[in-house]
Design a protein around this ligand. Structure first.
Ligand SMILES: [Zn+2]
Length: 264
């Protein structure tokens, strides 16, 4: 965690300098404020490694085997998830579902069905709070640990991966994940399919310059829907995009696998 160690050094140096020369306090305070701004800014960059290990691609072994990871967030959703499972089955593709703990509790059969079909359910926090990155260490740990317990209890499998709500983090996250033996995962590419109702655009964002080892992000929960007046009006975007994407992967001989299949 280079940034966190660097930040500790800035604080210590600022404190020492202020004690040695009290009159320079505006400068040392300024350095500390800048440091906090830097940490907060990096926390807003989901794909950065500066706050600890973070997969943005599969480990090299997975990539070398022509594998790709499709990750599906914010479910399970009683309307969308069963249809997503059908599409995946038709292409013999495996995926990783980053589920919200309280949704797993609400739809336990659906969570079990995901696992029964050979996919994995991973941890996307208990409540998917938009203030997640602003939580202190105790509340953040509770959000992750509760989801971990509830997913393990319902599906019989303990999650191995965590993705932060909206990908936003703070420096408390890394030690919590280490304690729970969770690997942080973000993505190589996403289509913004919770807000982007244009399925063509989502598909192009995901499939553009696709190579093995990529981690792609889609949503079965909070899915945007095709606009009224278009041929697919009301259809959740993922249901339009996923078959095309899987067709493209098949043509390119890229095998969609679950994240845990790539663990050593
Ligand atoms: Zn999410």
């Amino acid at each position: 965690m280079p940034l966190v160690y660097g930040s500790a050094a800035v604080h210590l140096a600022a404190a020492a300098a202020t004690i040695a020369r009290p009159r320079i306090w505006p400068w040392t305070l300024g350095a500390v404020v800048l440091d906090h701004l830097l940490i907060a800014t990096v926390g807003l960059c989901p794909r950065s490694n500066w706050l600890g290990s973070n997969w943005t691609r599969l480990p090299s072994t997975g990539g070398a085997r022509g594998e790709i990871a499709i990750t599906i967030d914010d479910g399970p959703d009683p309307e969308v998830t069963p249809r997503v499972l059908e599409v995946l089955a038709a292409f013999e593709a495996q995926a990783s579902f980053f589920c919200i703990g309280e949704r797993v509790t609400r739809h336990p059969d659906l969570a079990r069905e995901i696992v029964r079909r050979g996919h994995s359910v991973e941890n996307h926090s208990q409540r998917h709070r938009h203030s997640f990155s602003l939580l202190g260490p105790w509340r953040m740990a509770a959000e992750i640990a509760r989801a971990q317990e509830c997913i393990a209890q319902v599906t019989g499998e303990t999650p191995r991966f965590f993705r932060a709500p909206a990908g936003l983090r703070n420096p408390f996250l890394e030690p919590i994940l280490e304690r729970l033996r969770l690997q942080l995962v973000s993505w190589t590419r996403r289509g913004f399919d919770t807000v982007n109702a244009d399925a063509d655009d989502v598909y192009h964002r995901l499939s553009r310059s696709l190579v093995d080892g990529d981690i792609l992000l889609l949503h079965d929960g909070h899915a945007a829907r095709a606009r009224a007046g278009t041929p697919a009006a009301g259809t959740p975007v993922i249901l339009d995009v996923l078959p095309r994407l899987l067709e493209t992967l098949r043509r390119r001989q890229l095998q969609p696998v679950s994240l845990r299949a790539t663990l050593p």
